[in-house]
Design a protein around this ligand. Structure first.
Ligand SMILES: [Zn+2]
Length: 281
C-alpha cells in the first residue's frame, strides 16, 4: 500500500524543494492572510491532495484512511522541504567577519538547516493596516508557521475526502466507475414543485429500479432547463465497466445573493445491483 502512495508523496517532497529553490518566488511562499490564515499552506495541501487523487483514480486505488494519513505526512514533509529548498539555494555576502574571509557563501556552508529554521522562526515583521511594520516575536512566527502546516495538512485531507465522496468506487471490481451521463436540471425555486420532484425521486430510490431512476433523471433534465433558475440539480451517472453496477449521484444547489450554495439535505445517491446498468448506445 505504501508503495502505491510513493509517487505523490515523493512528488510532494520534490515539488516543495523545487518551489523553495526558485529565486524571487521563495520569498513569497509563506503567504498568510491576516498573518494566521495559511493561504500558501492550503494551496500546497490542495495541490498535493488533487495530485494524489488523480493518481489513485488512474490506477484504481481506493482512498483509504491509510492513504489519507500517508498523504498528510507527505504534505507536512513537503511543506518543510520548501524551507529546505530556500536554505540550500540562498547565498549571502559576508563582510568584516572576524574568522571567515569576506566573500559570497552558500547559507548551507555557514549554518545547519536547524540553525536556519531557528533564525527563521525567531522573528518576523508584518505590515500593519496603517502601513507601518509590527515586530512579531518568535512565538508569533512559530504560531504562523504551525498555522501554515495545519493549512497544508487540512488542504490535502479535505481534497481527498471530497474526491472520495464525488467519485464512486466499485468495491467488488476495485475500480472507479466511469461517467456515462451528466445531467443539469435548472428551475426557479417553487416549494410545491421541489416537494414533488424529491418525493418522486425518493420513491424511485426506495423502489430500487435503476432504469426507472435514470429515465426520471433524463425527463427532469429535459423538462427543467430554465437558464435563469435559482435551483440547480447536478446528476452524475456512472457505472463500473466490469460488473455493470451503476451509481447515480445528485447534488442540489440554490442561488442566494449571487452565490450557489449546496443544499446538503437534498443530496441523493443510489447504487444499483451489478449488471442492472444498461450501457447507452
Ligand atoms: Zn464492478
Amino acid at each position: 500500500m505504501f508503495f502505491k502512495m510513493m509517487p505523490a508523496a515523493f512528488f510532494s517532497l520534490v515539488f516543495g524543494f523545487v518551489l523553495g529553490s526558485i529565486p524571487g518566488l521563495n520569498e513569497n511562499l509563506h503567504w498568510n492572510l491576516w498573518y494566521i490564515v495559511p493561504i500558501s499552506g492550503l494551496l500546497f495541501g490542495c495541490a498535493m491532495g488533487g495530485l494524489q487523487f488523480a493518481y489513485c483514480f488512474r490506477v484504481n486505488q481506493r482512498i483509504t484512511g491509510g492513504i489519507i494519513a500517508c498523504l498528510v505526512i507527505a504534505v507536512l514533509l513537503g511543506y518543510g522541504a520548501v524551507d529546505y529548498g530556500i536554505y540550500r539555494s540562498t547565498t549571502i555576502i559576508l563582510e568584516g567577519h572576524e574568522e571567515i574571509p569576506d566573500g559570497e557563501y552558500k547559507l548551507s556552508e555557514l549554518i545547519t538547516f536547524w540553525q536556519y529554521m531557528k533564525i527563521n522562526l525567531g522573528g518576523t515583521t508584518v505590515k500593519s493596516s496603517t502601513g507601518g511594520t509590527i515586530e512579531m516575536g518568535s512565538i508569533g512566527a512559530t504560531i504562523s508557521y504551525i498555522a501554515d502546516l495545519i493549512g497544508a495538512a487540512a488542504g490535502g485531507f479535505c481534497i481527498l475526502l471530497v474526491c472520495r465522496d464525488k467519485y464512486p468506487f466499485c468495491e467488488k471490481c476495485e475500480r472507479y466507475k466511469r461517467r456515462e451521463k451528466k445531467y443539469e436540471v435548472k428551475l426557479a425555486f417553487d416549494e410545491q414543485k421541489m416537494d414533488e420532484i424529491f418525493e418522486r425521486m425518493n420513491k424511485l430510490i426506495a423502489a430500487g429500479v435503476y432504469t426507472d431512476l435514470t429515465a426520471y433523471c433524463r425527463q427532469l433534465a429535459s423538462d427543467h432547463n430554465d437558464r435563469k433558475g435559482d435551483i440547480k440539480i447536478n446528476i452524475d451517472q456512472r457505472y463500473c465497466s466490469s460488473c455493470l453496477e451503476g451509481t447515480i449521484l445528485g447534488i442540489v444547489h440554490r442561488k442566494s445573493g449571487g452565490k450557489w450554495q449546496e443544499l446538503k439535505d437534498l443530496k441523493f445517491w443510489f447504487t444499483s445491483q451489478p449488471g442492472e446498468h444498461v450501457p447507452l448506445g
